[in-house]
Design a protein around this ligand. Structure first.
Ligand code: SF4
Ligand code: FES
Length: 239
């Protein structure tokens, strides 16, 4: 750990703006800035994220670090910042970790195969309201990785469950539903993420408030696909 003092912080700054101020002063002194990931700074891209005092994104409900403001802290507070800790998220530098393992899980099956071309009519495929709501709730996942960092097992079940639940609730996602669940869970295991043991830290840490129910949806789809339709691909303990 390295100790920095940041004297010129005001309550309107976001947490990342506070780090910008720190980094400007470090650069002016010829020192290395603190590395951290960010992009949109609006809570929608999923690039930001690290532990603040042992809590993913600082532990404030439904809040990414880019949307966390310094008024949530008191003048003189000591804050301990650490990167996500998980074997599947190797540290690049300081607070930045490599989350390409998430990209490989998506590439394994987190999509629908559809012809490109002009946009289809919005009402061409009707979706029941309840399914549309459940799909939209799951689609809120921004892939930040806080769920993995918060989980004592470093499980990616909430992330994978959100992606499988998103597409699995829509008519367009039905054709590849079994293959998707198999491929994504198997890739999750290959990446070194552990399994869910129902602790629930992921749900508590998720800045998009993804619910544990997506893991049940994922388990249903995986078990149905692996043990019923393609038993030769089933691996005990997966999912
Ligand atoms: S489920 Fe939540 S915590 Fe996990 S990657 Fe998605 S948005 Fe981040
Ligand atoms: S920088 Fe995009 S979600 Fe925080």
């Amino acid at each position: 750990m390295v100790r920095y003092e940041v004297p010129n912080v005001n309550e309107h700054m976001s947490f990342l703006e506070m780090l910008d101020v720190l980094n400007e002063s470090l650069i002016a002194k010829g020192e290395d800035p603190v590395a951290f990931d960010h992009d949109c700074r609006e809570g929608i891209c999923g690039m930001c994220g690290f532990m603040i005092n042992g809590k993913a994104h600082g532990g404030f409900k439904g809040t990414t670090v880019c949307q966390l403001h310094m008024r949530k802290f008191k003048d003189g507070d000591e804050l301990y910042l650490e990167p996500w800790r998980a074997r599947a998220f190797p540290v690049i530098k300081d607070l930045a970790v490599n989350r390409v393992s998430f990209d490989r899980i998506i590439a394994a099956g987190g999509f629908i195969t559809a012809p490109t071309g002009s946009a289809p009519d919005g009402n061409a495929i009707q979706v029941p309201k309840r399914d549309a709501d459940l799909a939209m709730d799951a689609a809120a996942c921004i892939g930040c990785g806080a769920c993995v960092a918060a989980c004592p097992n470093a499980a990616a079940a909430l992330f994978v469950g959100a992606k499988i639940s998103h597409l699995g609730h829509l008519p367009q996602g039905q054709v590849e539903r079994d293959r998707r669940a198999l491929a994504m869970v198997q890739q999750m295991n290959r990446e070194g993420f552990a399994n869910c043991t129902n602790i629930g830290e992921c749900e508590a840490a998720c800045p998009k408030q993804i619910k544990l129910e997506v893991i049940a949806f994922n388990n249903h789809d995986y078990i149905k696909a692996a043990f019923t339709e393609r038993p030769e691909t089933a691996v005990a303990g997966e999912g």
